[in-house]
Design a protein around this ligand. Structure first.
Ligand SMILES: [Zn+2]
Ligand SMILES: [Zn+2]
Length: 266
């Protein structure tokens, strides 16, 4: 089975559009790319219903959309038997776990992706950057510390682009033992994402050594393109499949209403 579990709903003018018409081109693109099922994972910070969680200007500026409209658009597509899942990419906000859980609770999510894009108000993949404030090594340390907390929060089903800190090519020699232990203890999956191939780093997320540590500990995986356009659905999935197979993975995680099951990797 081939699933693309990370994409952002946009209309043909590339604008944010949480409506059923905009779902269709993504479904068609998935069919053309040989993808069996897709999951929409809009950023949580776009939605006014979650407004109290967001404090970074990047998030609060964008927080003007209606979560109910988004949920309805995806659910309507599913009622028409389209192979779509209802999900969200949620920034982890440390110390606000209970509030995050309560705000997300009313909706029938198939799964939730947990992301770390900001730490202490500074960006990992956007300016103003944490790396500029504290240096590359300290940025990596804080990034993985926050990702471990996100994993252990129990809020999420899979961790998006789990080594996002490399996005601009900032590298350190890294021992992935500690972060992989935390992820394995938490039971959360990790996402293998092709988005990094389209970024300055030019690599899949996560690094092969990181993925190998996850595999050794029995951590399940999801797959995603992080498409913001229909034509990016399933993009470079031959590369993610090769990476998964070389790490020893034979299955991918599929979710229904937050129940996970393993399907053979397509
Ligand atoms: Zn993201
Ligand atoms: Zn995303």
């Amino acid at each position: 089975m081939i699933v693309d579990y990370h994409m952002h709903l946009r209309n043909e003018r590339k604008e944010i559009a949480h409506d059923t018409q905009s779902v269709e081109p993504f479904v068609e693109a998935a069919r053309d790319a040989g993808v069996d099922e897709i999951g929409f994972t809009e950023h949580g910070y776009y939605f006014t219903q979650l407004r109290t969680l967001w404090s970074v200007p990047y998030q609060t500026k964008r927080c003007v959309y209606d979560l109910d409209a988004y949920v309805d658009a995806v659910l309507q597509a599913r009622e028409r038997s389209l192979p779509v899942k209802l999900a969200l990419e949620v920034d982890y906000v440390p110390g606000r776990e209970d509030e995050t859980r309560a705000l997300l609770e009313p909706y029938p999510w198939d799964y939730l992706l947990g992301s770390v894009h900001f730490i202490d108000g500074l960006g990992i993949d956007c300016a103003p950057r944490l790396a500029d404030a504290v240096g590359v090594e300290e940025m990596w340390r804080r990034y993985f510390e926050m990702l471990a907390r996100a994993a252990l929060s129990g809020l999420f089903d899979s961790l998006s682009h789990p080594d996002l800190a490399k996005v601009f090519g900032d590298r350190v020699e890294f021992d992935y033992t500690e972060i992989s232990d935390a992820i394995a203890d938490s039971g959360v999956a990790v996402e293998v994402s092709t988005a990094g191939l389209r970024k300055p780093v030019g690599e899949l997320y996560p690094h092969p050594d990181f993925l190998a540590e996850c595999r050794e500990r029995g951590v399940p995986v999801t797959t995603g393109s992080d498409a913001h356009l229909p034509e990016l659905v399933g993009r470079d999935f031959d590369r993610s499949r090769d990476l998964l197979r070389s790490a020893g993975y034979e299955t991918v995680t599929v979710f229904d209403r937050r129940q996970a099951r393993q399907e053979p990797l397509g």
